[in-house]
Write a protein that binds this ligand. Structure first.
Ligand code: 4NP
Length: 155
């Protein structure tokens, strides 16, 4: 899960998808990173922590890190929260960029519409609740889609 600062959007996506995967019995390792590195070493934004906690998810122990080209060696699927993030990922990964592994996060719910998860960073708490709902719904779709594919492939 990749956004710009790795303190608002992608920590929520990491926390929510990891929680859903565990509850669905899926042995997935979900991680997150940011392309700008401005907040490296910091915990998530206090409003992301607050909104996640209100929904029963603890993201307070996450630590922001910068996205690196080595993430393409470590992970099978890499979700970009927005198109500007995708552009940054291309620049950072250089020759290691693997388009087969990359998806725009909301393409899982709205294929081909190139929708971005809005960045709540500059706004009030309301934006964090809205972003939580958007990310939560999309994570449900990721899990559902995986289960459907899994059933198809295992028949
Ligand atoms: P995020 O939000 O990408 O959802 O973590 C941001 C947080 C910090 C900055 C930009 C976006 N920043 O430029 O510091």
């Amino acid at each position: 899960m990749v956004c710009l600062g790795n303190i608002c959007r992608s920590p929520l996506a990491e926390g929510i998808l990891q929680d859903m995967a565990i509850k669905a019995g899926l042995n997935w390792l979900v991680d997150s990173a940011g392309t700008n590195g401005y907040h490296t070493g910091e915990p998530p934004h206090h409003l992301s922590i607050k909104v996640a906690a209100k929904n029963g998810i603890d993201i307070s122990k996450q630590i922001s890190r910068k996205f690196t080209s080595a993430d393409f060696d470590m992970f099978d699927i890499i979700y970009a929260m927005a198109e500007d993030v995708l552009d940054d990922m291309k620049r950072i990964a250089g020759n290691n960029f693997d388009s087969a592994k990359v998806r725009l996060f909301l393409d899982e719910s709205f294929p081909g519409q190139q929708r971005d998860v809005p960045d709540p960073w500059y706004g009030p708490e309301k934006g964090y609740h809205e972003v939580y709902e958007i990310i939560n719904n999309n994570c449900s779709n990721i899990i559902k889609k995986h289960k459907t594919n899994h059933l198809l492939y295992s028949v």
